[in-house]
Design a protein around this ligand. Structure first.
Ligand code: 6GU
Length: 256
């Protein structure tokens, strides 16, 4: 059967388009998540990412870390060596979970407030990987030997933070990273043009947007946007990007 016939499913067409024009991207991106709160990740069933999963562009599996424990209480944590507050996740369940999931092609991500800052450039890099594993720590973190051991087994290991504040665990951060990465996988966002003029894509914040009506509650849409002069509109938007970035995030311009 000629696979170009219109009865090929939309997913098949999208996969083929990706294979043809973006040959460095895998057929489908596989994502494994290890967590003690699998139910947290039901959010990945909805919206854009839910659609991408149903169409086979992203293949997500969520694993319960407690399934890799061997004691009656399904223990995952213990007191910190050397003393101190809180609890640390024991290495054994993590080792067994990663043994079951990891390959030499895997990129393994440990979300932690002690990691390097996750930024758009990294989202673009991760969108080109074929297998991502997210290891969600809770409590005071995971025994460091898990991360050090995994570095000897995986293609790459990253410790990533999503910002300078503390969350109770990596789950919310992982949802944020998966959304940022997932929308850059070819075929996930219907119109790829909408990925171009966004905040952070060119190192600047996005310009302000307006739609109809031209006047609302006494507030006018800037006249330049209604004049049809495309060069003038592009110049105005660039100016707005620079003004906004300088005001809100001067460090992005090296002016911090
Ligand atoms: Cl990745 N994890 C936790 N627990 N807190 C964070 C974070 C990650 N990024 C910022 N705060």
């Amino acid at each position: 059967m000629d696979e170009r016939l219109p009865d090929a499913s939309e997913a098949t067409c999208q996969r083929r388009a990706r294979t043809l024009c973006e040959s460095h991207y895998a057929e489908s991106v596989r994502i494994d998540i290890v967590t003690i709160f699998p139910e947290f990740f039901s959010v990945l069933d909805v919206s854009l990412l839910g659609t991408a999963r149903k169409s086979g562009l992203i293949d997500v599996a969520v694993h319960d870390l407690r399934d890799f424990t061997h004691d009656r209480h399904r223990t995952v944590d213990d007191t910190p060596s050397g003393g101190g507050a809180g609890m640390v996740m024991r290495p054994e369940p993590w080792g067994d979970a990663l043994d079951a999931i990891l390959t030499e092609q895997s990129t393994v991500i440990f979300p932690t407030p002690a990691g390097s800052l996750f930024v758009q450039k990294q989202a673009r890099e991760l969108a080109g990987r074929e297998h991502l594993i997210f290891c969600c720590g809770r409590y005071e973190g995971i025994d460091q030997r898990v991360i050090d051991y995994t570095r000897t087994r995986a293609a790459e290991v990253l410790e990533l933070s999503i910002g300078d504040y503390v969350l109770n665990g990596g789950e919310v951060a992982v949802v944020a990273v998966i959304e940022a990465v997932g929308r850059l996988i070819p075929g996930v966002v219907g119109n790829p043009d909408s990925l171009v003029e966004e905040s952070h894509e060119d190192g600047l914040l996005e310009y302000p947007s307006y739609t109809k009506p031209a006047e609302w509650r006494g507030l006018e849409t800037p006249a330049v946007l209604l004049g049809g002069n495309h060069a003038a509109i592009a110049a105005w938007r660039r100016e707005q990007q620079l003004e906004r970035t300088r005001r809100v995030r001067p460090e992005l311009l090296g002016e911090g």
